[in-house]
Design a protein around this ligand. Structure first.
Ligand SMILES: [Zn+2]
Ligand SMILES: [Zn+2]
Length: 420
């Protein structure tokens, strides 16, 4: 083979696309129910946007960005996540303000230079939402409930909702001090990344996946124990709202997420059916980011879903997705004359709004029936020499095997009546 897809990328082949389309359609439907509108931003942005928002010392910015110079020497980066681009777009186009609530969602590819492994690609896909303008804990509860609702619509099972609060600019410095004094004696035994995090953002030590660091994490102080009155109050309210709605959640005091911009609520939804990489979505509040990127002090909250993981779960659970795109009529024709009639009939069918196809390789009847089965055809109409003479042929329903004799001229009416 001459070429292969770049490492960490994957072709989504025609037989898988039906599932992707169904997933995207369900995201759009659920987000619209909650009055979110779609936004589409460029695949690449200025590098500075991500360095500024995600944090210059994060793994994403330091190791994982697809960063390049364009022909004028400008530093650009393929988007590794979509929150910063959405904030940029909303600010640039005056979509957000302190006096209104703006709700948007997105679906699309993201890019991170990571070691490819099961469920982790260098080009991967996310769907997500962002809400701007409200600091009300009800909005935190709404996005979490909406995320759960989406997963329920998709039929996903064995999910866990994990929630935590990482505090705000007022109470976080205190907590970071506590973390530092907790780790200071052992940091030399921890991984290199953690040693850097100790200096730049000790909060992210709690997110370390290295086994040598795990033993030092267990007794680390928790952010919820250092929350200021305001953060504590809104965290309690979020939990109350979720509890009142009947949603089951688990307070996970170690949940900090790998991005610098989170404040107050953070959450993650996990699945027991995925291995170590078990988070299927995550998000939280980021009340400082809009200001950080040049806007007013506008509070915000959002989440992102890893679509590859959802696809994996749907496949694991063998949930079936209706293949609405399948061909309704397949014409099996033998001989040149019959093929001409068949060609005319499939074009009439298409013009009448019925999806149709036929064999273009002059295959045997048996092979044509096999193809009809493979493409998921609902009916096959079989035309040979005898059929040409009487202008009538057999229409076979593939699923039931039921057969009826139908004149050429009656075929379309029959299929159209089926559609109704
Ligand atoms: Zn606080
Ligand atoms: Zn570590």
């Amino acid at each position: 083979m001459a070429y292969s897809a770049p490492r960490g990328t994957k072709d989504i082949l025609p037989q898988e696309v039906a599932l992707w389309q169904k997933l995207e359609e369900t995201c759009r439907k659920v987000f619209s129910f909650y009055n979110y509108q779609e936004i589409r931003t460029p695949i690449f942005e200025s590098t500075e946007l991500f360095a500024r928002s995600i944090g210059k010392t994060t793994d994403i910015v330091n190791k994982e960005m697809y960063e390049f110079k364009d022909r004028k020497g400008r530093s650009l980066t393929l988007r590794p996540e979509e929150t910063a681009p959405v904030v940029r777009a909303c600010l640039e186009n005056n979509l957000i303000g302190t006096d209104k609530t703006t709700k948007v969602y997105y679906i699309g590819p993201m890019f991170r230079y990571e070691r490819p492994q099961a469920g982790r690609q260098r080009q991967f896909h996310q769907a997500g939402v962002e809400v701007f303008g409200s600091a009300d804990p009800m909005i935190d509860a709404e996005v979490i409930m909406m995320n759960v609702r989406l997963f329920e619509e998709l039929g996903l099972k064995d999910l866990g909702v994990n929630i935590n609060s990482v505090g705000c600019a007022k109470c976080r410095p205190d907590y970071l001090k506590k973390l530092k004094s907790f780790f200071k004696d052992n940091i030399k035994n921890m991984c290199e990344d953690c040693q850097n995090r100790f200096i730049t953002n000790p909060l992210r030590i709690l997110d370390c996946k290295q086994s040598k660091c795990q033993i030092y994490l267990d007794d680390a102080p928790h952010s919820v124990e250092s929350l200021c009155q305001e953060c504590g109050g809104s965290f309690d309210q979020v939990l109350d709202l979720l509890g009142d709605s009947g949603l089951k959640y688990n307070v996970n005091k170690r949940l900090v997420r790998g991005l610098d911009y989170y404040t107050k609520t953070t959450f993650e939804i996990t699945s027991n059916q995925l291995g170590a990489q078990n988070a299927v979505s995550g998000g939280g509040r980021y009340d400082k980011l809009v200001e950080e990127l040049g806007g007013k002090a506008i509070p915000a909250v959002g989440f992102a879903i890893g679509l590859e993981r959802i696809i994996e779960l749907i496949n694991n659970q063998q949930l079936t997705i209706n293949n609405d795109g399948a061909v309704k009529l397949y014409i099996a024709a033998l001989g040149n004359e019959a093929r001409k009639v068949g060609f005319d009939l499939i074009n009439q069918a298409r013009a009448g709004g019925i999806s149709a196809d036929m064999d273009y390789l002059g295959k045997s009847l048996k092979a044509q029936m096999k193809t009809a089965d493979r493409v998921g055809a609902k009916y096959v109409y079989i035309i040979g020499e005898a059929e040409l003479a009487k202008k009538s042929a057999v229409l076979k329903e593939m699923k039931t095997g039921e057969q009826i004799e139908l004149e050429f001229s009656a075929l379309l009416e029959k299929l159209k009546s089926e559609t109704a």
